[in-house]
Design a protein around this ligand. Structure first.
Ligand code: 5GP
Ligand code: MN
Length: 329
């Protein structure tokens, strides 16, 4: 709960903040927003992560101070775990031995912390960090504003997704008043690609397929494509959204080979089509319209497993009577 978090911050001094492996806009923006909040209160704080900030987020205030480490190698009074569904998501050894504060906006998150502050109405954890500023009386500085804005912008898909609310815009408006430049932030995140990403996109789009209904689409990215184009792993971020730009496509998957036979899978959907349930079935998670998991097997096996589940999710959302089998049971 928020009051427990405020009390802890008031009473203790040495904090670490971490988030999930391969951090994204919300995990970085929220972690760094909290970092600046705690600094404003003169706390001893550092952000520790298993993976560093991707290229698109290196301009975030404080990104250069993130300590990349495989383990929690120091004692802290508390470790804030941002935007993680379970204690393993940060990928940090010895995290479970710390006093953990779980801060998340996924309704499905496990209550793995000693303190758990979960707000599934928040469009991004960034919104919660903004609320924490208000609750602790910390002035929202330009640094905090830029971090929180980045969290809101990315987790709402540039204010496109259904998690975007009046409150999101109210907070965003306040952040712009404080000094965030929306065009500058958007350019840094969405228009700072390096050329290999374009070449990789071309190859990945070349694999796009759809089912006979036209409602489900999927694509592949192989290790070979990544090596050939000299792209880096994070370059595929956002590719999964392209098929969804087609009107009738309601669910899309990108299967990204990270080592032979292992595929990081991104799932996206529109409206009531729930892909989080599919990701959870494979040990992953996320939100109804954006989720991810890791799959093992041949491409045929994966396609045969996942495509029917996506088709079923579309049928359920459309309330179709011809859902004959409960594929998620
Ligand atoms: P992406 O497809 O961009 O990697 O992830 C989309 C959403 O799904 C994000 O909200 C992310 O936190 C969640 N997600 C992705 N992969 C995993 C996973 O392996 N486990 C869990 N619990 N959530 C994931
Ligand atoms: Mn998020």
């Amino acid at each position: 709960m928020l009051s427990q978090v405020v009390e802890l911050i008031e009473k203790k001094d040495r904090f670490a903040i971490t988030s999930h492996v391969r951090p994204d806009g919300d995990s970085l923006g929220s972690s760094l927003g909290l970092f600046w909040l705690l600094k404003a209160l003169n706390k001893d704080v550092e952000v520790i992560m298993r993976d560093g900030a991707p290229h698109a987020y290196q301009q975030l205030p404080g990104a250069d101070s993130i300590r990349v480490t495989p383990a929690v190698d120091k004692p802290y009074d508390a470790v804030f775990v941002i935007e993680c569904s379970d204690i393993d998501r940060p990928g940090l050894i010895d995290l479970e031995n710390q006093f953990v504060v779980n801060i998340d906006h996924h309704s499905t998150t496990e209550l793995f912390g000693t303190i758990n502050w979960i707000d599934s109405t928040a469009s991004a954890v960034g919104e919660m960090i903004y609320n924490l500023c208000k609750a602790t009386g910390v002035r929202v500085t330009k640094e905090i504003a830029e971090c929180v804005y980045t969290a809101l912008l990315t987790d709402t898909g540039s204010f496109h997704y259904s998690n975007t609310t009046e409150r999101t815009f109210k907070i965003a408006s306040e952040l712009v008043r404080i000094g965030v430049k929306p065009a500058k932030t958007a350019e840094a995140i969405f228009a700072s690609y390096q050329w290999p990403k374009i070449e990789l996109l071309g190859q990945v789009l070349g694999t796009a397929k759809r089912d006979e209904t036209g409602h489900v689409a999927w694509m592949w990215q192989t290790i070979d494509m990544q090596q050939q184009t000299k792209a880096c792993e994070e370059d595929a971020d956002g590719f999964v959204n392209y098929p969804l730009a087609v009107g009738e496509v309601e669910a899309a998957a990108l299967f990204k080979e990270t080592s032979p036979g292992i595929y990081r899978t991104s799932l996206r959907s529109k409206g009531d089509v729930n892909v989080a349930k599919i990701a959870e079935k494979f040990g992953g998670g996320g939100h109804r319209n954006a989720a991810g998991c890791t799959l093992k097997g041949s491409s045929d096996e994966i396609e045969n497993q996942v495509v029917p589940l996506l088709q079923d999710a579309v049928k359920r959302a459309n309330g179709s009577k011809d859902t004959t089998e409960d594929a998620l049971k």
